[in-house]
Design a protein around this ligand. Structure first.
Ligand SMILES: NC(=O)c1ccc[n+]([C@@H]2O[C@H](COP(=O)([O-])OP(=O)(O)OC[C@H]3O[C@@H](n4cnc5c(N)ncnc54)[C@H](O)[C@@H]3O)[C@@H](O)[C@H]2O)c1
Length: 263
């Protein structure tokens, strides 16, 4: 089955300067979409844009902090001026902080809320207002498996992702009658800079640790015996943005090699 719905469509991807967002932007461009790339990191944006253009695709980069509403609105308006009406949105921008519930700082908490929760509110509302007017649109928000299975050390991160997920689903419920589909993807551990930054020079041991699990830390193993790749998440996002998922709305897909183990 070939996924359709991308030829000449305009897609906006946040977090496009690295990891899953970059993989999603490259895949959308390869499928024929014109892609607006949003990220805080100028070098990451340049790399993704270069990859898209080298493959013959079309994209534009916008350097934006998703926690800053005014610059989000400005970038969304510029993207529509430069590329056309946005029909597809993949929101992957996010940050990770880990600390025990007792030791986490107010800065950890506020940073996660600002980027992971307010960032989703800013971007999805800004784009969805335009989609609602046009009575058409598809949105995917990247949350985290941590909202499905409670993890130690992820009180700030998980709470921000849970807030984002609730807002996105509420938005999706209100906009579904207007023809705007909203879905959520929950990655498990995936080999991208956000994860590997905490691995240091222990990458092999850390990868094995995730695969084997750790009962002392309430971590179950990964049944597929591998960590995810950014493309695993990008492929799921593309399906949820495609014509072929046309009757799927307000749902979650967990991309974690089976480790969430939820009935
Ligand atoms: N990698 C994992 O194991 C994992 C697991 C579960 C969920 N996630 C989520 O997946 C999403 C994508 O992360 P990734 O794994 O590709 O990591 P990543 O670090 O490679 O990519 C995240 C991108 O978001 C950008 N970003 C961060 N703060 C921003 C801001 N304020 N404004 C704009 N852009 C900003 C970063 O510059 C980066 O390019 C994140 O929301 C993350 O929380 C990742």
């Amino acid at each position: 089955m070939q996924l359709t719905g991308f030829k000449d469509a305009v897609a906006l991807v946040t977090g496009a300067g690295g990891g899953m967002g970059a993989a999603t932007a490259v895949a959308l461009a390869a499928a024929g979409a014109k892609v607006a790339l949003l990220d805080l990191k100028a070098d990451g944006l340049n790399e993704t844009l270069a990859a898209i253009q080298a493959a013959g695709g079309e994209g534009r980069a916008y350097r934006v902090d998703v926690s800053d509403r005014a610059s989000v609105d400005e970038a969304v308006a510029s993207a529509e001026r430069d590329l056309g009406p946005i029909g597809l949105l993949a929101h992957a921008a996010g940050i990770f902080r880990t600390a025990t519930a007792l030791e986490m700082t107010a800065e950890d908490w506020n940073a996660c809320q600002a980027v992971n929760a307010t960032g989703v509110f800013n971007v999805t509302q800004s784009v969805a207002r335009r989609m609602a007017e046009r009575r058409s649109g598809r949105i995917v928000v990247v949350a985290s498996q941590t909202t499905v299975v409670i993890r130690t050390g992820q009180g700030a991160y998980g709470a921000s992702k849970a807030a984002a997920e609730y807002y996105a689903k509420c938005l999706g419920l209100e906009l579904a009658p207007l023809g705007v589909r909203v879905n959520i993807v929950h990655p498990g551990v995936t080999e991208t800079p956000i994860a590997t930054a905490t691995w240091g020079d222990q990458a092999d041991a850390m990868r094995k640790g995730h695969i084997d699990g750790n009962l002392d830390r309430y971590r179950v193993p990964i049944p597929l015996r591998k960590v995810g790749r950014p493309e695993d998440v990008a492929n799921t996002i593309l399906f949820l943005l495609s014509d072929q998922s046309g009757h799927i709305a307000l749902t979650d897909i967990v991309v974690d090699g089976g480790s969430a183990l939820v009935a």
